[in-house]
Design a protein around this ligand. Structure first.
Ligand code: ZN
Length: 238
């Protein structure tokens, strides 16, 4: 098992040391004893970055969890099993993901409260992200209201708290419709909880900023109807 170094609240560390536990030359990946690299999941892309060891260096082009392993896919030379590597995540990209992901939590909460619509899916990108809501049918006025309420929370510079919480306790605290806890395997306990002040709490394994003031200005750039009851909004942070 790879220890995940950014849990539960260590999301600003950019560099780390680790030992290579496994090397798969056919598929071009390594497994580390610990990592800062975010593995793709929950609508957030994998971190990219670089590793170095002795005389060697390589790029980390993708990180995926597969077969119980966190696989770091390599471009370039591969370190041997047992090698001590130094890793560095490409921070500019990761930090954008942290901001986008935090914005997604805020918008999901606002839309649940205002329109009783749940988040059916989301995809974060560094430059532009999207959330699907269901059931929803937004008009221009609704979109303006969502923008305004999101920017209000950003301007209040509200602190986030990330911690490990016992599953039953977090289930109790999470608002109905905020997230589908059934999708998280039963054996995962405690869960990582992400709280935005008193506004929102939900389980999440992604990466987020420490305070909403870091986000910049939230703007919805597109609305699309995706099927009978599903509305997609696309947003940027400026
Ligand atoms: Zn999250």
């Amino acid at each position: 098992m790879t220890e995940i170094l950014y849990y539960p609240e260590n999301e600003y560390q950019k560099e780390f040391d680790a030992e290579v536990q496994k090397k798969d030359e056919e598929k071009n990946y390594i497994v580390l004893d610990q990592t800062l690299f975010y593995k793709q999941g929950g609508g957030q892309p994998a971190d990219h970055g670089k590793i170095s060891w002795g005389e060697g260096k390589a790029e980390i082009a993708d990180v995926q969890k597969d077969n119980g392993e966190i696989r770091h896919f390599i471009e370039g030379d591969m370190p041997e099993e047992g090698a001590e590597i130094h890793g560095e995540i490409y921070w500019e990209r990761r930090y954008k993901h942290m901001k986008m992901h935090t914005a997604q939590h805020i918008v999901s909460k606002i839309v649940l409260d205002e329109y009783d619509a749940t988040t059916a899916g989301n995809q974060i990108h560094a430059d532009r992200s999207r959330i699907d809501f269901e059931p929803a049918d937004f008009n221009e006025e609704d979109l303006e209201k969502i923008e305004e309420k999101t920017n209000q929370i950003i301007s209040e510079d509200i602190e986030l708290n990330k911690s490990e919480v016992a599953r039953d306790k977090l289930e109790e605290k999470t608002e109905s419709g905020r997230t589908n806890l059934d999708l998280i395997p039963d054996h995962i306990d405690p869960l990582r909880a992400v709280e935005i002040g008193e506004i929102d709490i939900c389980p999440c394994g992604g990466t987020h900023v420490d305070s909403t003031g870091e986000l910049g200005e939230f703007r919805i750039v597109e609305r699309k109807t995706k099927g009978a009851d599903v509305e997609r909004i696309e947003f940027v942070l400026e």
